[in-house]
Design a protein around this ligand. Structure first.
Ligand SMILES: Cc1cc2nc3c(=O)[nH]c(=O)nc-3n(C[C@H](O)[C@H](O)[C@H](O)COP(=O)(O)O)c2cc1C
Length: 361
């Protein structure tokens, strides 16, 4: 995560059934353990920087119950770290549903296991059915969600640093004689956050090393990156802004577009798409109302991710343009990650190396 590549690449959501594609096609992503291990080993060998899971507790319904099956992210990260060598593996932790003492120890344990390759994606939570499942009230105000997230984060950081037992008397958590041992191997576990609301972005620029945000076109991406960089500068920090992409890479543009039409139009699970978009619109601000109105097709194709659809040349050019907006990296998702990643690795990555966006592995 701290390497020299100008455009960092990671894989997003392979722990979830159907990955990022809200589709009914029978060959949609199977999030089995075997597939995840095969994928991490391929990505590790190809020099990708990271693997990023989604923490999801309740699926989105529809015919496929999109994201109805999800490998829990801390245990997933532990397994992937044990089966890889260089790649960073993130765990995604909901601050609303996890106690800081438990999370701090789980995360420290797996950073030991991975010899310093853990990353932490901190999520405040936004999905009402999940709050209902946990019996926790979803605070309507983003202020409160991120106030709790801030306290959770500071508590975890203290557990990772403080050598002696201490008391914690916060608004959301209290404890006496608390300590965390062992600590992570890394002096700073890379922190990622994907907030979009004003309060969320203040949280991210204050605490995170990387901020993930959906982008819709190159101009809007440039504006977003500049805004976020400015916001980070006001608190004297630097933050790497990343986006999320969905890839269909084929030898010809026609083949790529036909496949996109097949899985994300003719066979989209529209009921799940609409429910996902409705929930996003109600409780999260990752997507603006205009984006939600205009990008139903992008939700079917990749959960709202930026579409990279076409030949290796076209996709490498698109990635170069994304990099020119100031983005430091992107996540990638494929309909079938294991089947499709090798073509991306063999055809797109060498083109990125020629463009100076990545060094030879
Ligand atoms: C790349 C990315 C990854 C995210 N991962 C998760 C996740 O795993 N679980 C989750 O509940 N929310 C996740 N979110 C949602 C964010 O944490 C955040 O709640 C959302 O972007 C809305 O921002 P807001 O909370 O500031 O309104 C993710 C968002 C993005 C863009």
């Amino acid at each position: 995560m701290t390497g020299q590549n100008r455009l960092k690449l990671g894989i997003f959501s392979p722990n979830c059934s159907s990955g990022m594609a809200v589709t009914k096609i029978p060959e949609r992503w199977d999030n089995s353990w075997e597939n995840n291990i095969e994928l991490v080993q391929m990505c590790d060998a190809a020099g990708l920087e990271f693997m990023l899971p989604i923490a999801r507790w309740i699926g989105y319904g529809g015919e496929t119950d999109f994201h109805g099956s999800v490998l829990e992210t801390i245990t997933w990260a532990a397994g992937l770290l044990a089966h890889s060598k260089d790649i960073h593996v993130f765990a995604t932790v909901h601050t609303a549903f996890n106690h800081p003492i438990v999370s701090a120890k789980q995360l420290a344990t797996i950073d030991q296991l991975g010899k310093g390759r853990l990353g932490l994606n901190v999520v405040a939570g936004w999905n009402k059915p999940e709050y209902d499942a946990f019996g926790v009230a979803l605070p309507e105000a983003h202020d409160e969600r991120y106030e709790r997230a801030q306290e959770w984060f500071e508590y975890v950081q203290k557990l990772w640093k403080e050598k002696r037992a201490f008391d914690w008397n916060g608004k959301y958590f209290q404890g006496t004689g608390v300590y965390g041992n062992p600590r992570p191997v890394q002096s700073r576990v890379p922190i990622l956050n994907a907030a979009a609301s004003q309060q969320g972005r203040a949280f991210a620029t204050r605490n995170a090393d990387f901020l993930l945000t959906p982008v819709f076109d190159f101009d809007q991406a440039t504006e977003t990156v500049n805004d976020l960089n400015r916001q980070a500068q006001t608190v004297k920090r630097e933050i790497g802004v990343f986006t999320i992409s969905a890839v269909v890479c084929r030898p010809t543009q026609k083949e790529a577009e036909e496949y996109l039409d097949y899985y994300a139009n003719q066979n989209a699970d529209w009921e799940a798409v609409d429910y996902l978009m409705k929930l996003q619109g109600m409780h999260a601000q990752s997507f603006t109302p205009e984006a939600l109105a205009n990008f139903r097709d992008r939700f079917a194709a990749g959960h709202g991710a930026f579409p990279l659809v076409g030949t290796p040349d076209h996709i490498a050019d698109q990635l170069e343009k994304l990099s020119h907006t100031g983005l430091k990296g992107t996540t990638l998702a494929f309909v079938d990650y294991v089947k499709e990643f090798p073509y991306f690795r063999d055809e797109v990555i060498p083109r990125l190396e020629k463009k100076g966006l990545r060094n030879k592995n």
